[in-house]
Write a protein that binds this ligand. Structure first.
Ligand code: GLN
Length: 533
């Protein structure tokens, strides 16, 4: 049976609990341990798939097709292993499952209640698959005190008792604000949030304190005294210049040592790969600027994996990449894109910002500016070609309203493994897109083939619309190449424009598979294409 580390948050949201869990997972892996990370989100949506990116940031898609919290992206990137649909759960999912069982009569006449039925379902989720790993790190979203999180805290309280002393830890991530007037770090908000935890029957073992300053020894002693933790387990979580420095920073502050002591782990950490990664990150040999033209650019979290995929490619190529996030509706759009070395048109939904993106694609195509289009960016690349190369001026996607030239239209059927998926216009919005990993066959001699070095690839998808094959031949006659197709040859996956040195667009989201230790070829290719010859 695995040991469990539960992570809760206090004082403020956005303290980086997800990153803290991911970084801790990564350092524990360097001690030779098999870890698995999980996220419990207390909100009532069944998954974040139906939420606006401004509400919840990016929706991360697992290879088995779950629409999950963006923290799963951090988990995958730091631990270099795939998360699954069993690693992300919400109150909505737990309640739906319990209510569905009740309707079936599975509770045999019992009154169905939060305790034990909801808490049992939560515990089952947490423990699922724990036989195969050494440590499960389980993060509770939100902050202590949130009403909807109560069943999760209660489930953890019960589980900690069931697991016994040596088998679980509770790490509370908190904030020590610095009051300039007093010239001091304040511990009181943390004391209060630990009090709130203790009223739920939970006592933290580790306090991971976000703080812009060194934590003086007396503040550590005070926190230890009032919060019932060992002072050596009051650990500073220092801000990092780059998130991939976090594992080493936490290690230096003693976080993994605290876990090792609590769980009697005797192996030593082997940090060389992380040190080498940081050295590479800090020794760029060139600098480029990439413009990302999207519609959720005010909130970086909306493009978390994309942002990271660019960073990974920069590290791999030892190139400092400046990212210019450009609003597709910005009036100064053209002037801004003229200042970049390369362009990315990311995924997106709905009509807003479409014309700005099409204008950008047109600029990139005509001026030989390296460009990578992703999902919506691929659909718009084809629309731009149909409009401006084939002269079909009203070419569009049915996503943006009725059109006489639907170059992109709703997908009504596709194969998922052996199973045929069928969709209609009035289907539910939640969980009904083409989701997760699908195979793709690459055409020899194309840019895609050269970048991947392979003809068979598998990439993650999240879309409802597809490029219509009706225009394939006409486009290919003008220099476009449909270089990647679904294995049955029915769905376009990658489109390139060959008169151009680097114009490539994919229906899938390559950013979801990029990791610091295995950067994605489409992104490293883009970075290389941006370098001066
Ligand atoms: N809105 C488009 C679709 O659903 C593209 C989706 C995306 O970019 N993820 O097909």
């Amino acid at each position: 049976m695995a040991k469990f580390i539960f992570t809760t948050g206090g004082v403020s949201s956005s303290l980086g609990k997800g990153l803290a869990c991911a970084a801790l997972g990564a350092i524990l892996q360097t001690r030779g341990l098999k870890v698995r990370l999980r996220k419990l989100d207390p909100y009532l949506n069944v998954d974040p798939g139906t939420m606006n990116p401004y509400q919840h940031g990016e929706v991360f898609v697992t290879s088995d097709g779950a629409e999950a919290d963006l923290d799963l992206g951090h988990y995958e990137r730091f631990t270099n292993q795939d998360a699954t649909q069993f690693d992300s759960v919400t109150s909505g999912k737990i309640y739906s499952a319990v209510i569905a069982k009740e309707r079936k009569g599975d509770y045999l006449g019992a009154t169905v209640q939060v305790i034990p039925h909801i808490t049992d379902a939560i515990k089952e989720f947490i423990k699922n698959g724990s036989e195969d790993v050494d440590i499960i790190i389980c993060e509770v979203g939100g902050t202590v005190g949130d009403i909807e999180a109560l069943p999760f805290f209660e489930a953890i309280r019960q589980l900690r008792n069931e697991l016994g002393n040596k088998n679980s830890l509770l790490m509370h991530v908190t904030l020590l604000p610095y009051l300039a007037a007093a010239g001091e770090l304040k511990t009181k908000p943390t004391q209060h949030s630990v009090q709130a935890l203790q009223t739920l029957g939970l006592r933290p073992d580790i306090l991971l304190c976000r703080s812009e300053h060194e934590i003086p020894e007396d503040a550590k002693q005070k926190l230890a005294l009032f919060c019932n933790v060992n002072s050596e387990n009051v650990i500073r979580a220092q801000d990092a210049g780059n998130i991939y420095e976090i594992p080493l920073i936490y290690h230096n502050e003693g976080l993994d040592a605290a876990v090792a002591k609590a769980f009697d782990i005797v192996t030593e950490p082997k940090l060389k790969p992380w040190e080498e990664l940081i050295n590479k990150l800090n020794s760029p040999r060139a600098k480029i600027r990439i413009g990302i033209v999207g519609k959720y650019v005010q909130l970086k979290d909306a493009y978390k994996s994309l942002d990271q995929a660019i960073t990974h490619a920069g590290i791999a190529e030892q190139v400092e990449v400046e990212k210019l996030w450009i609003d597709a509706e910005d009036e100064g759009l053209l002037a801004k894109i003229q200042s970049v070395d390369g362009i990315i048109i990311p995924g997106g939904f709905g009509e807003r910002g479409i014309e700005g993106k099409i204008q950008t694609i047109n600029y990139a195509r005509k001026n030989n500016v390296p460009m990578l289009g992703i999902c919506l960016g691929m659909q718009l690349s084809v629309i731009e070609g149909c409009r401006n190369v084939l002269g079909k001026k009203d070419a569009s996607s049915t996503e943006f309203g009725p059109t006489n030239t639907p170059v992109v239209a709703l997908m009504t059927e596709w194969m998922s493994g052996e199973q045929k998926e069928i969709r209609g216009v009035s289907d539910d919005m939640g969980g009904t897109m083409r989701l997760g990993s699908f195979g793709c066959t690459l055409k020899d001699g194309t840019l895609a083939f050269n970048l991947y070095g392979n003809t068979q690839i598998s990439e993650r998808h999240r879309h409802r619309y597809e490029v219509n094959l009706q225009y394939k031949q006409a486009l290919e006659d003008k220099g476009y190449v449909f270089s990647g197709m679904s294995p049955d040859g029915l769905l376009p996956e990658i489109v390139e424009y060959h008169p151009h040195p680097f114009f490539i667009a994919s229906q899938f989201h390559p950013e979801l598979k990029s990791r610091p230790f295995s950067p994605h070829p489409l992104f490293t290719g883009l970075v290389r294409a941006c370098l001066p010859m």
